[in-house]
Design a protein around this ligand. Structure first.
Ligand code: MRU
Length: 359
């Protein structure tokens, strides 16, 4: 089966941003074309496009959408419009740092051309930059796959949580890239897929991607992971990340922390795979990572049916934070960071410009 693109800029300028509508998977493959920042913000909040790197790529193109109608204005008005759309996109979701990383990169690109190019020329330059962000993301995912594949052995059972595949990036994924690459290298793996309550990214998206690439997998409810580990079927856990603090604490989909605790209790290595755009060295620990709270209805009325009493109080954080001490290794585009702590992260990332140099 050909795997559809997560996102694609169609045409040159003015152009539209085409998103694979992930709310409709796995039963329907359909697209959502965004022509305005408002439409894109709605799509990001609804998780039509989701996963940290994919949100960053979409936001970069979103800046181009927002400026399409501003090219005949004077420089001050153009930059005021740029500010507005950056702020609007930044308010779409709070946790994945790739969003803010991409917006900052777009803002810096525009500023570097201020006074040199007219607004139309700056917008052309911004579209090039958004395309570069997407191309670098693809390259980083492939590199993560190559570095991470070595961590998995022939015959391993591997558990993953949420979706850190091609759907969460511009292509190939982070945690799933490690699995896809090991599988391509000829290792026989069996992947255990946590369904990932409440929005079922594991069941709807990860199982679909693994099956599309013919990687053997078994879907389980989140509360079954302990039993699978206890029965000796798991040799590794690999997950993605939404934001990694300077000390190595990892924000990822709610439930990841529980999986890490279970893995430690069963002696199963727990790995995180993420590009450098997911590291936020400005935060000293995971305690400072903002955690998105989502609507109660996602739990009480998941997928259209009421499953809890009306009026019940609900707590619905979309992410949790796994302490660095539970992470055996971090796969990024330049290798594997292990052990995981402030010093090893600073040595690996601190001296690099926060931009991929693998393309
Ligand atoms: O709410 P989502 O679906 O955007 O959450 C996604 C995750 O938590 C992923 O694991 C993470 O973004 C890594 S994606 C390569």
């Amino acid at each position: 089966m050909t795997i559809p693109r997560t996102l694609e800029w169609i045409g040159e300028l003015p152009g539209v941003l085409r998103l694979l509508d992930q709310t409709r998977l796995p039963t329907e493959v359909c697209y959502r074309d965004c022509e305005t920042v408002d439409e894109l913000v709605v799509a990001i909040r609804a998780l039509a496009v989701r996963g940290a790197p994919a949100i960053g790529c979409a936001a970069a193109y979103g800046v181009c959408l927002g400026l399409r109608t501003e090219v005949d204005r004077d420089e001050a008005a153009f930059f005021a419009a740029l500010n507005d759309c950056v702020q609007q996109l930044a308010a779409s979701r709070p946790t994945a740092v790739n969003l803010f990383w991409a917006l900052e990169r777009m803002r810096r690109t525009a500023e570097s051309q201020r006074g040199r190019l007219p607004p139309r020329g700056i917008l052309e330059r911004l579209l090039q930059e958004a395309r570069a962000i997407e191309a670098e993301d693809r390259a980083m995912c492939r590199a993560i796959g190559r570095h991470g594949a070595a961590l998995l052995k022939d015959g391993d059972g591997v558990l993953t949580h949420c979706n850190a595949g091609g759907l969460a990036t511009s292509d190939f994924g982070t945690a799933l890239a490690v699995i896809f690459q090991a599988n391509k290298d000829g290792k026989q793996l069996h992947v255990w897929v946590d369904e990932t309550r409440p929005l079922l990214q594991g069941a709807r998206l990860t199982a679909w991607e693994l099956m599309a690439r013919e990687v053997p997998c078994t879907l389980i409810c989140d509360n079954m992971a302990a039993q699978v580990m206890r029965s000796g079927r798991l040799q590794a856990v690999v997950v993605g990340a939404d934001r990694i603090a300077a000390n190595g604490d990892v924000a990822n989909k709610i439930g990841t922390y529980g999986v890490a605790v279970l893995a430690a209790a069963h002696g199963v290595p727990f790995y995180v795979a993420a590009p450098s755009s997911t590291f936020d060295l400005s935060l000293d620990s995971g305690d400072r990572i903002p955690i998105e709270q989502r609507a109660a209805e996602e739990i009480t009325h998941g997928f259209g049916r009421q499953t809890a009493p009306s009026g019940v109080t609900v707590y619905n954080p979309a992410f949790d934070v796994t302490p660095a001490s539970l992470v055996r290794g971090m796969v990024y585009e330049h290798g594997v960071i292990s052990p995981v702590n402030a010093a090893t992260l600073a040595a690996a990332l601190g001296s690099r410009e926060r931009r991929a140099d693998v393309v």
